[in-house]
Design a protein around this ligand. Sequence first.
Ligand SMILES: Cc1cc2nc3c(=O)[nH]c(=O)nc-3n(C[C@H](O)[C@H](O)[C@H](O)COP(=O)(O)OP(=O)(O)OC[C@H]3O[C@@H](n4cnc5c(N)ncnc54)[C@H](O)[C@@H]3O)c2cc1C
Length: 619
Amino acid sequence: MGNGLVNVRDQKFVLFEQIGIDKLFKSEKFGDYTLDDANMMLGEAEKLSVNVMEPTYAEGDKEGCTFVDGKVKVPACFHDAYKKICEAGWNCAPRDPEVGGQGMPLSLFTACSELFNAANYPLMMYPGLTCGAAALVEKFGTPEQRKKYMEPMYSGEFGGTMGLTEPGAGSDVGALRTKAVKQADGTYLISGTKMFISSGDHDLTVNNIHAVLARIEGDPAGTDGISIFIVPKVMVNDDGSLGEPNDVITGNIEHKMGIKGSATCTLNFGEEDKCYGELLGRERQGMAIMFHMMNEARLEVGMQGLGVASAAYEHALDYARERIQSRSILEMTNPEAKAVTIIEHPDIRRTLLWMKSYVEGIRALNYFVTYAFDQAEITSDKTEKKKWDGIVELLTPVCKAFSTDKSIEICSYAMDVYGGYGYCSEYPVEQYLRDAKITTIYEGTNGIQSLDLVGRKLAQNRGQNLKNIFAEIGKTAAAAGADPELQLLGASLGKAAQAVGGVTLQFQDWAEGSSILLAILNARPFLDVFGDLLVGWQLVQGAQVAAAALQKNYAEAGAQTQAQRRAFARNNSEAAYYEGKVASARYFTSTILPTIKGRCLGIQAGDRTPLEMLDVSFG
Ligand SMILES: Cc1cc2nc3c(=O)[nH]c(=O)nc-3n(C[C@H](O)[C@H](O)[C@H](O)COP(=O)(O)OP(=O)(O)OC[C@H]3O[C@@H](n4cnc5c(N)ncnc54)[C@H](O)[C@@H]3O)c2cc1C
């Protein structure tokens, strides 16, 4: 069923059976799409990921990026793959056809993106960042800027970056020191240093367009005083031809734990006081504008985490089916017994099911949030739009942080399944684990995502966004509870929702005065229980759809008893798949969701020790 990277059957289940993205195809915006098109595009994405991108994954890691004579080179094998990504239009597939995209629903593109990220996400970062930066020019640029910069970015001729971080300004973007000075012709001279800039310099494209945050001389400190500028690596003439190099110097590239094929650069702007920049949008609107790119990028980083986790799970599963080691525990005293494949050992089976249920639940959650994004795009009803936008706002930090936190655990468990072989670079899981780690850090650390969730998102829209999600979870729990086969799953989901709901009230209390510090202190544990609840919700919803499909399958096959059903499913891939869906939800609701109550009690205990203990007592 798998292609070794992603379970495409499960992708299709979530898109077409659980969410039903074909509802989008009735709208004017996505009216040109059909289910056949969606299937075809997923098939094309799968072919590209398996045949073109994945074969460069290990090689890209081994060769890495180099910095010689001030120039950055990406791994040689990335060039052809990058060309093919752009030729097929995957670099900007979700953008409108008028600007060179394919007008693809974000939910469908997200599924394709899972395949690309599973295959080689360090490579995918080059077109991904370009697409995000070009969208800023599309949305906020002048017609001239769109022609000069956006068009060649969307075609893949130019690259693009997001330039926020500086040596003294990481999480605290407002502390940035990069300066912009207005010139008589309306352009700006930019000076300062940005560090850790992904795709900051490379040899895949003839030019690189940096979206740079800077403060115009005299503007106020903090985020309110920040503006955003288009800063080309090479100047672009009005007729689109390339001019002189701009005063943007690559200082260095980072030598790092993972994503070695992705160039992480220090960029020095204006060392010779000649760095040309154009204002994007209006002055002091820099943060608001950059947030358009950041919100999309946060969802994409969640998908990077999921992609790597998917691939790690698929590899671990294949390995567990092949590796022979130890006799069955039930045959331990029988010296004649043969060793079995490790998938027969209970601990490996539990580990695999833990990984499977998280991969599937996180997949469904991420696809659902991008589906909400699509719904907000197509509806003309203001209330509906507010509802869908609210879901995206509320759940974006969870998609980013929870998906990536779990990705690390999934990759680590994949390595455990491989035993010592997993730790060795001959097998791919050690690269997955190394590559996955940065996803918890960049695009706003997961700690910062938790603060965003608790500090801003819970109370947004007077708490209505949160209430809407709880209402949906309640509906799923009630429907499952009414089904004799899924009753326990529904009950478990209902109890978990009640526990998390209690904590949100506690947060309200803390935030409204009793102790804002306790709310901040418990933000990360809260994101963790909320993430588990959301994954449980998605899994139970999936189990309902799968159970209904199974009933039909079994009825058609005349399989009535448990034994007949098991015999049928053993030889029928569809029934086997649906049984697996119900198993994921059963396992998750039996073993993970019940832990939520205890963890919520831990939060509500309001323990202040980390706040009150002496700094010197940390050791
Ligand atoms: C490989 C790589 C690629 C990157 N790509 C880009 C890119 O393309 N563009 C770009 O602009 N940046 C990029 N970054 C930078 C990245 O986004 C930052 O590293 C990240 O935002 C954290 O900033 P920092 O490293 O300065 O850590 P710090 O901000 O110093 O944070 C250190 C720790 O303190 C915590 N912390 C900080 N402030 C608070 C607070 N108020 N409350 C609670 N905890 C807090 C953080 O969560 C973190 O755990 C990249 C980084 C790397 C390593």
